[in-house]
Design a protein around this ligand. Structure first.
Ligand code: SAM
Length: 282
């Protein structure tokens, strides 16, 4: 026979009070956490990027609602929040410090962008951020260099924006300045190095040869025994532009796009004649 013990209901009440107390305690502890400028992080301390510079960095990267931005080392989430709230992007912040990540999640909720921003507690050297169309950094020069090979393997056209620190000999495509702070923008370049067969131009097919180091390119167009140097060649992500002078000393302008092994674009003669052309990687 089961015997009633007056201790049993008392125990349940006690347990309930304890749970409520510890829950309140946890909530209070979370709310009480306020990060301190300069506090240690795994690979770099926390100092937030000034809002004025964030606005300029995201504007330079032309962030829109079609973008997916990853902030590597998210801190209080300010970059991810701004990208979502003011530029309409989906954004993800990766932050190693779990308390800081919780704090950033709170900031996300307070900013009302919980549907657009995700804060991951994790290590930027372990988490996969390669689905990003925009990557933001405020790290250190050697950390940027460790990330560089991954960034350069990302989809051509991906924008990388860094507060304060550069990327070795990968020169920025653009600089932004806010008061004494500086930001740098790179656009991941398509790969064009090597030989291409160019068709569509008057006079028949030609060989297009590119030499490439990062986004810097040069090259030639060769038809038969005549070779023309590419002038002012520029590669910005997948956008390719150059000029060349034909033997009759006419300057032609090429504007087009690289999509993997295919280049498509237009050649405009000095007289304004526009010819659609294409090239295939050999
Ligand atoms: C200089 S703060 C930049 C914060 C924010 N991105 C901004 O610009 O305002 C760098 C942040 O990276 C975090 N961090 C350091 N090493 C990390 C790592 N390996 N993985 C993820 N986060 C890291 C730090 O805790 C800190 O919050």
């Amino acid at each position: 026979m089961m015997r009633f013990s007056w201790l049993r209901p008392m125990a349940w009440v006690g347990f309930g009070v304890a749970m409520l107390w510890s829950g309140l305690g946890l909530a209070w502890a979370d709310k009480a956490y306020v990060p301190e400028r300069g506090q240690l992080g795994k690979d770099v301390i926390w100092i937030p990027t000034p809002k004025g510079l964030i606005d300029k960095m995201l504007a330079a990267a032309k962030v829109t609602s079609s973008d997916r931005l990853f902030d590597l080392g998210a801190g209080d989430g300010i970059i991810a929040i701004t990208a979502a709230k003011e530029f309409g992007a989906q954004s993800v912040g990766i932050e190693y410090n779990p308390q800081m990540a919780d704090y950033a999640r709170r900031m996300v909720q307070e900013a009302g962008v919980g549907d657009k921003v995700r804060i991951i507690t994790g290590d930027i050297f372990k988490e996969d951020f390669t689905s990003a169309t925009v990557v933001t950094l405020y790290l250190l020069p050697d950390l940027n260099m460790r990330l560089r090979p991954t960034l350069l393997r990302m989809k051509p056209g991906t924008r990388v924006v860094s507060h304060a620190f550069t990327m070795g000999d990968w020169e920025p495509d653009e600089h932004v300045v806010h008061e004494s702070a500086r930001g740098y923008l790179w656009v991941v370049p398509a790969s064009v190095e090597g030989e291409w067969m160019l068709t569509g131009m008057e006079g028949g097919p030609a060989r297009l040869n590119f030499q490439q180091v990062l986004q810097k390119i040069g090259g030639t167009i060769t038809r038969g025994s005549s070779s023309m140097h590419l002038l002012g060649a520029r590669l910005l992500g997948e956008e390719l532009n150059f000029q060349f002078m034909t033997p009759d000393r006419e300057v032609h302008r090429f504007n087009g796009k690289v999509s993997g092994p295919q280049i498509t674009g237009m050649v405009t003669s000095s007289g304004g004649l526009i010819t659609p052309v294409q090239a295939r990687k050999r």
